[in-house]
Design a protein around this ligand. Sequence first.
Ligand SMILES: *[C@@H]1O[C@H](CO)[C@@H](O)[C@H](O)[C@H]1NC(C)=O
Ligand SMILES: [Ca+2]
Ligand SMILES: [Ca+2]
Length: 306
Amino acid sequence: MRSLWLLLCLGLLALSQVRADDTSDDIFGLEDIANFDEDDEEFLRLLEEKNQAKDVERENELISKLAEVAENQQNQLNNPVIEVDPCDRMHCGAGRVCQMADDKPECVCIPECPEESDVRRHVCTNKNETWPSDCAVYQQRCLCDTKAAGCRDPDNTHLHIDYYGTCHEARDCPEEDMKDFPRRMRDWLFNVMRDLAERDELTEHYMQMELEAETDNTRRWANAAVWKWCDLDGDTDRSVSRHELFPIRAPLVSLEHCIAPFLESCDANKDHRITLVEWGACLELKEEVLKERCDDVQNAVPHLLG
Ligand SMILES: *[C@@H]1O[C@H](CO)[C@@H](O)[C@H](O)[C@H]1NC(C)=O
Ligand SMILES: [Ca+2]
Ligand SMILES: [Ca+2]
């Protein structure tokens, strides 16, 4: 069971790295876990692999960047001509890759996306259309942004992923399920945080908060809630926008029918942003236990990589 939490949170992490835009029925709660079939586990495993590959990519990028800086310094001492692949320095957005054009690096639409045969890799867009993969959606948007031949509809400049999985009818979240949802969500967040701590994948600051959550029952859920809220707040403006909810919402909509209405309910004043006070209230945590303790270091590396 523990390993499933792990897979889940790694899956979420994987998706959280797709800081691009915007998206399976029961993940939380122990009974629901028992309903997970092997295929679901396999899917989550694939997400984990994708995530690990991304991490490695990121690390490699960082290492090569640092090596490049060192090399440049060396070259400047030895030799005024610096030779670096200009594409190494380019960071193209989702659906784009770097290519040389007239000796200049340029971001172009990704020519081809990997074939996806797994229906769970399908994505449902804001236009309620099923696309074969997230890559295909980003590629399409790029083609439309650049007015290229492959653009199927000029409107597709606004195409984004609403959720992972094939498009389906909106499912009801029965009142009894919704009532129990905050508790399940709290437990789930705590379990995710604990698993990350066990794998030594939290920053020092969040490790400390996890330890506190383990040892002090009054802090157990509060610390996990604060951590996740900080984690979602990618731009550190101390509020979670709709866009920033993507990593928690998109992968779960098809799996967990209450997640969408739950997240809607968190934005109590409907200003499209979730403050820590709103987040705490919708998780049914007392305001006095919620202290904003974000670790801005968590976002330092991605920012550095641009
Ligand atoms: C989205 O598409 C699905 C299947 O294609 C359909 O069942 C559903 O009613 C559509 N939803 C909306 C909001 O149109
Ligand atoms: Ca924010
Ligand atoms: Ca709000």
